[in-house]
Every structure is written in C-alpha cells, then in structure tokens.
Ligand binder design. Structure first.
Ligand code: NI
Length: 229
C-alpha cells in the first residue's frame, strides 16, 4: 500500500527546512546503508554531526505528529530519527534495493527499530530536477512517485525500491523508517481502508448507529493486532 500525503509541511516549514539544508554540508550516503544496499547507493546525506540536523528532525517529526493520515497509514510505534539526502551531479541515483529490517538507533547503543514502514518527504520542487523518481515495486507492478515539495509518501519497508538517476538539477529529500504497532502490511492496509471508509461514512451520514458499530469493529481489530512494545 502506497499512501501519499500532500503538504505535510506548511509553506513556512518547507522554506525553513530548505534554508537549513542550504547551509549544511553533504557527506557520502553510505553511512546508513547495509552492505548490499551500499552497492546500489550513490547519493549524499547529512552526517549525524551536521549542525542543523536536530532542528530539521524536529521539524519533520512535528509535522508527522499532527498528520492524522500518517497516523492511520503507519500506526507508528517508533520513528527512527529522519535522515536527509541529496541526489545531484555524479552522486545521483539509488538502484533497486530493500531496506534492512532492523535498524540500529544511533543515539541509544544496543537499541533497534524494526523497519515496517518507510517514508520519503520530498523537499525539492519537481520542476527543478529531471529523473529522481522513487520507484516502488509491489505485487501490482512498479509505481513511480515524484511529489510536490513538502509532500510525503508512505510505503512498506518490505518492498523493493529505487531512485532513478537525477539528470538535471538536484533532488533533496528526507527519509525515515517506522516501526508500526501492526507489523503485518496486509493487516495495516485493511485497517487503513476501514478507517478511511469510516471517515467518509461519518461525513456523509454523521455518527449513525452502524457507524458507531463499525468504529467499534475497527478498534477491536486494532486491539487484536496492535503491539505497543
Ligand atoms: Ni530504501
């Protein structure tokens, strides 16, 4: 399941993030790649020591925290601190790879987050670069994603995916891994579909008795499937 969230960042947040990023130094993207992904990865990334990284991370995490759509799509339990990357010039692509299931929490020695859900927040205007399409494969084929600046795509970490070469301009983005309260992608999808349909039903008909009962069924499924630790 691929969910896109338009304008996750407000215009002033996007401008602020871009300003901080323009004043940051980019390093090789290999720091967070496992050995197999490293063979495919050719981009740049903000180092852990980058001065503005804490402010950038806060900005993105605050935006995620107020998005009801992100919550229902990802059902987040833990979110790894987001990373920022750039594709441009000779470092312009990330071939097909899968994200490692278990990600070390750099700030807490010995702690891991299981990557169930991946998310990419686009920070460059799509008109400003060619290529740079996030291509995600699922059982229905390959989907190309290139969103407006400030918009987010959420997809299962279990998918095979790539970023096609950027042949003009630069593509700056933020990516993150989320451990979901519901580890199974099929169960997450069912809950998401049900919650979105309930939202529509509520708008169309108000809190009718069947809507209340279906909402109960949604929460009972969540109770059955969700883990909080
Ligand atoms: Ni990836």
């Amino acid at each position: 399941m691929l969910v896109t969230i338009d304008n996750l960042l407000a215009a002033e947040e996007l401008a602020h993030a871009r300003d901080l990023l323009a004043r940051s130094r980019w390093d090789s993207g290999l720091a967070t790649a496992g050995p197999q992904a490293a063979e495919a990865k050719n981009n740049e990334q903000l180092a852990e020591s980058a001065e503005h990284l804490p402010a950038l991370r806060r900005l993105v995490l605050d935006a995620l925290a107020r998005s009801a759509t992100f919550f229902t799509a990802a059902l987040p339990l833990k979110i790894l601190p987001p990373h920022f990357n750039r594709y441009a010039g000779a470092r312009n692509t990330y071939g097909y790879h899968t994200d490692c299931a278990m990600r070390r929490v750099e700030q807490q020695p010995g702690a891991y987050v299981r990557a169930d859900v991946s998310a990419t927040l686009f920070l460059s205007d799509p008109e400003d670069y060619d290529g740079g399409v996030l291509t995600i494969e699922d059982s229905f084929g390959a989907h190309g994603v290139k969103l407006a600046a400030g918009s987010l795509v959420v997809y299962p970490s279990s998918s095979i995916h790539a970023v096609t070469p950027v042949t003009r301009g630069e593509r700056v983005a933020c990516f993150m891994f989320i451990q979901s309260m519901v580890r199974d992608a099929g169960q997450r999808r069912l809950l998401y579909d049900m919650d979105m349909a309930l939202l529509q039903l509520r708008e169309l008909h108000g809190e009718t008795d069947p809507v209340v009962r279906l909402t109960g069924a949604y929460h009972n499924l969540l109770r059955r499937w969700a883990e909080t630790g």
